[in-house]
Design a protein around this ligand. Structure first.
Ligand SMILES: C[S@@+](CC[C@H](N)C(=O)[O-])C[C@H]1O[C@@H](n2cnc3c(N)ncnc32)[C@H](O)[C@@H]1O
Length: 229
């Protein structure tokens, strides 16, 4: 679909460059995800062999490939061709046939109301706030009535006054607890559009979702929400 000239181009990289092969090659070690944790999450989200789902901002495909061993079909969507190559290689090594790969973003992926579940982890913050809200409406429209969205992301669960202290503390924790550097953390806060939890929560409800669950753990938040029935 042709978009107007004011539409946000979300195929471009913002902040850390996930088109950089070196970034992609070291991503899993830095991020510290695990397929066991993803499997437990997907089980809790009710994924079964009849589930049609998408992982938007799928990165190297750790969750998407685990999902493909449990779901009927998985759409692995990401703006980074380099990330998608890594995800495709993972799927191939696992012999997965029910997963497709799409070089698209939140603002370009095709949705036709046939998904039971959309998962998006550590990706929505790449959009400025106006476009996060638009992305939520697009994800709503891609879901079946009553379908669910699970969002995990870095958000500021604080007042505006507390942003400097919260950001500084998070960057310290990030260095201690993951493979990310101070420069990576600074780049995230400065360039990657993480917003306030209370703004994201309002966006989710303004898009017509019913919030079912919310967790806050420092700057990490998860939201499970249901599309209108
Ligand atoms: C921090 S990684 C998270 C990857 C994976 N979801 C995970 O939890 O490990 C962020 C991913 O979002 C992708 N991304 C950035 N902007 C995006 C957008 N507008 N639409 C879809 N994916 C995007 C990046 O290319 C990158 O692969």
């Amino acid at each position: 679909m042709t978009q107007p000239d004011w539409w946000y181009d979300d195929l471009k990289q913002v902040g850390l460059d996930f088109e950089d092969e070196a970034e992609v090659a070291t991503y899993d070690a830095r991020q510290g995800g695990s397929s066991d944790a993803d499997r437990a999450l997907l089980t809790r989200l009710g994924v079964t062999p009849t589930t049609a789902m998408a992982d938007i901002g799928c990165g190297t495909g750790l969750l998407a490939c685990t999902a493909a061993t449990m779901a009927g079909s998985v759409r692995a969507i990401d703006v980074s061709a380099a990330m998608l190559r890594a995800a495709q290689a993972r799927a191939k090594s696992q012999g997965l046939a029910n997963i497709t790969f799409e070089r698209e973003g939140f603002l370009t992926f095709a949705g036709s109301g046939d998904l039971d579940l959309i998962v998006t982890k550590a990706a929505l913050h790449h959009l400025p706030d106006l476009w996060k809200a638009v992305a939520l409406t697009r994800m709503r429209d891609a879901l079946k009535p009553g379908g669910r969205i699970y969002i995990r992301d870095v958000v500021f669960n604080c007042t505006p006054d507390a942003v400097p202290l919260t950001a500084a503390r998070w960057i310290e924790d990030l260095i201690q607890q993951s493979g990310y550097s101070r420069a990576d953390g600074a780049c995230h806060v400065r360039e990657e559009h993480s917003t306030f939890g209370w703004i994201l929560e309002r966006m989710i409800s303004e898009a017509g979702f019913t919030l079912l669950e919310r967790t806050h753990d420092g700057v990490y938040a998860t939201y499970l929400a249901e599309a209108p029935g």
